[in-house]
Write a protein that binds this ligand. Structure first.
Ligand SMILES: [Zn+2]
Length: 432
């Protein structure tokens, strides 16, 4: 007897297995089987047309409160962090919930169109009214059927230097936030930076929250908070529930110290979340030539077995005026900044916006895809691309042709078509 599925997606090519063809059988929104299902029947059949099959993208670091405010009310003309902070500081003083909802919702929709079905949102909790947090919590609920969102309570102005923020992070967790944060390199002293980390980790220990630290986002080689994060990840037992974002100072550590850090970070189980787009323009500002490359040492962390995620981060904010919400843009920038253009290195970068992001977010079985393989019993959420392989994806950065979530198409993008004036024949732009 032939097995019947709710849905069979026929003739996809598995990116994790070098383009091997396969069908996917779906029952109840979960992957029931993967392989040659040509003898099986289904209530519904979808022809993937030989398109490349990838797991959904997992975006592990984006700010949903600042998103889409570039130029509103003024542009950051110097492009510096200082001018960005001044502009955002004035803009956020009267931040209204409706304003955040309108911009964050557009951003979430952009992300879904680009195949992001798992998102970790940073929300500044410096505002006593917590208006931005309320807005993002509302969207988390509204979009529950289309995207899984985690929310990190982010104390932009520090914890030691802005003491109300500790209580406000606790309040944010009670309201429904999933993680806490700290910005140790912006605290007044090294000691206060360490104190702020202890406060964040203690809160996470008490509540079961994630820890997602803005860690060493500076070119100062004496900024050594990654070692504190790793040490606290070990001593608290929070291990892989800890993520250290940015970690730019690591690119400036002397080699003997960096090798020590590599071992410590590996043992701690924490994830490194690199944000190559914004850091490519924010770092190196104080340097004469030659300038650093604005990226943490993702190649070395990855080779040492540390989980590395790449995140898009800011989308059109006073800190970064560009951005599309396409994780492939982050991978593209990382390929350049981290010197990772080898064919297997490009495949590894795709891993960092899929499995790497999922591990940083600790999605576990909710994500399902692991070591380049889809697994039965996990959500039938995946992307179909008009692309050859990882190199082609990063090179052209197309939106997925189809985005499936739990066995249902939630987004599709029609490819751009160009007509050249010599004969007016229409062709897909990327194939010209
Ligand atoms: Zn950020």
């Amino acid at each position: 007897m032939t097995k019947r599925y709710d849905l069979i997606v026929r003739n996809a090519r598995l990116a994790g297995r070098g383009g091997e063809a396969a069908d996917i059988g779906v029952v109840g929104g979960l992957i029931a089987a993967l392989g040659d299902l040509s003898d099986a029947g289904a209530a519904d059949v979808f022809d993937a047309g030989g398109r490349l099959l990838l797991p959904p993208f997992a975006e592990s670091h984006v700010h949903l409160d600042t998103t889409l405010t570039a130029g509103d009310p003024v542009w950051n003309e110097s492009g510096t962090l200082a001018e960005g902070i001044a502009i955002w500081g004035a803009r956020k003083a009267g931040l209204a919930k409706e304003d955040v909802i309108a911009r964050a919702e557009r951003t979430i929709r952009l992300y879904i169109g680009h195949g992001v079905l798992y998102l970790r949102a940073m929300v500044d909790i410096g505002d006593p009214k917590l208006a931005a947090l309320e807005a993002v919590l509302e969207l988390q609920e509204r979009y529950r059927d289309r995207i899984d969102m985690q929310i990190v309570a982010f104390p932009q102005d520090g914890i030691a230097s802005s003491p109300d923020n500790e209580a406000r992070m606790a309040e944010a967790l009670r309201m429904g936030a999933d993680g806490v944060s700290a910005v140790p390199h912006l605290e007044a002293t090294r000691e206060e930076g360490v104190l702020s980390l202890r406060q964040a980790f203690a809160l996470a220990e008490r509540t079961g929250a994630f820890v997602h630290v803005f860690c060493d986002e500076t070119d100062d080689e004496s900024s050594r908070f990654l070692e504190v994060c790793a040490s606290l990840a070990l001593s608290t037992g929070l291990t892989s529930r800890v993520a250290a974002a940015h970690a730019n100072a690591a690119a400036y550590y002397n080699e003997a110290y960096f090798q020590k850090i590599l071992g410590l970070v590996k043992r701690s189980g924490l994830s490194i979340v690199a944000c190559p787009l914004i850091n490519s323009v924010m770092q190196g500002r104080y340097e004469a030539y030659p300038k650093g490359r604005g990226i943490t040492r993702i190649k070395e962390f990855h080779r040492a077995g540390v989980n590395v995620a790449l995140a898009h981060d800011d989308i059109r904010t006073p800190f970064y005026p560009l951005g599309t919400g396409n994780p492939l843009d982050a991978a593209h920038m990382a390929a350049h900044l981290a010197h990772m253009c080898g064919r297997s290195e490009l495949a590894a970068l795709i891993g960092m916006i899929t499995e790497g992001g999922a591990e940083a977010m600790q999605l576990g079985e909710a994500y399902g895809y692991r070591n380049g393989e889809f697994r039965a019993g996990t959500p039938a959420s995946f992307l179909l691309f008009d692309a050859e392989d990882a190199r082609d994806l990063i090179g052209r950065r197309p939106a997925p042709r189809y985005v499936f979530r739990r066995g249902r198409v939630v987004a599709e993008t029609v490819p751009a078509v160009a007509s050249l004036r010599d004969d007016w024949s229409a062709e897909r732009l990327e194939e010209l």
